[in-house]
Design a protein around this ligand. Structure first.
Ligand SMILES: [Zn+2]
Ligand SMILES: [Zn+2]
Length: 191
């Protein structure tokens, strides 16, 4: 394993204690942490480290190419010490970001429309294996056909319940603004 100080020097960065600490914390995880999560980890070792220092350090490491900033999570930047070609998958249930293998490497070094591809960042979204396993276990938990009264539609039901409850409240508020709602004044027959 190459020395982190050498790695930073090769990238033209002075290996300061902060940079080494941030890089180390990133290399020890595959969870693609946010800046705040990195701050939390690094502060265990360096309690006086400021948030600004960690943010600036991440910026410098990213610019130098020591780490990757990934935007698979639209709400927050995440960081990755694995700078090799790989894609990211974000679970929409638990928000975990996973490394995944895709065939993007095929295009590295290739020329597409005259442009030479040096890096490909693919973001994939869906439901991760552990969330699917949880879902499957609740589904299969229901016994044989005789007791199928509570199938896996629990989620769908809960989902349906949500819009109906606020809609009733809204309709009473809306009567002043919307003419079409006046029909609901006599309680709709479909309810
Ligand atoms: Zn998940
Ligand atoms: Zn990654």
């Amino acid at each position: 394993m190459p020395d982190r100080s050498d790695k930073l020097r090769e990238l033209g960065l002075t290996p300061t204690i902060q940079r080494l600490a941030v890089l180390e914390s990133l290399e020890k995880t595959n969870k693609h942490p946010t800046a705040d999560q990195i701050l939390h980890v690094v502060r265990k070792k360096f309690p006086t480290l400021s948030r600004a220092t960690v943010y600036n350090t991440l910026e410098a490491l990213t610019k130098a190419g020591a780490i990757l900033r990934i935007t698979v999570d639209p709400s927050v930047a995440r960081y990755d010490a694995d700078i090799g070609p790989h894609a990211h998958f974000r679970c929409r249930v638990c928000s975990t970001v996973y490394d995944i293998d895709v065939e993007d490497e095929n295009t590295l070094g290739d020329c597409v429309d005259g442009h030479q591809i040096e890096a490909v960042r693919t973001y994939a979204y869906g439901i991760c294996s552990s969330c699917l396993a949880k879902d499957a276990s609740t589904t299969t938990a229901s016994p044989n056909g005789s007791q199928s009264s509570h199938p896996s539609s629990r989620k769908a039901k809960a989902f349906l319940d949500e819009p109906t409850t606020p809609r009733k409240e809204k309709s009473s508020q809306r009567t002043s603004q919307s003419d079409s709602q006046s029909e609901k004044g006599g309680e709709s027959p479909n309810a």
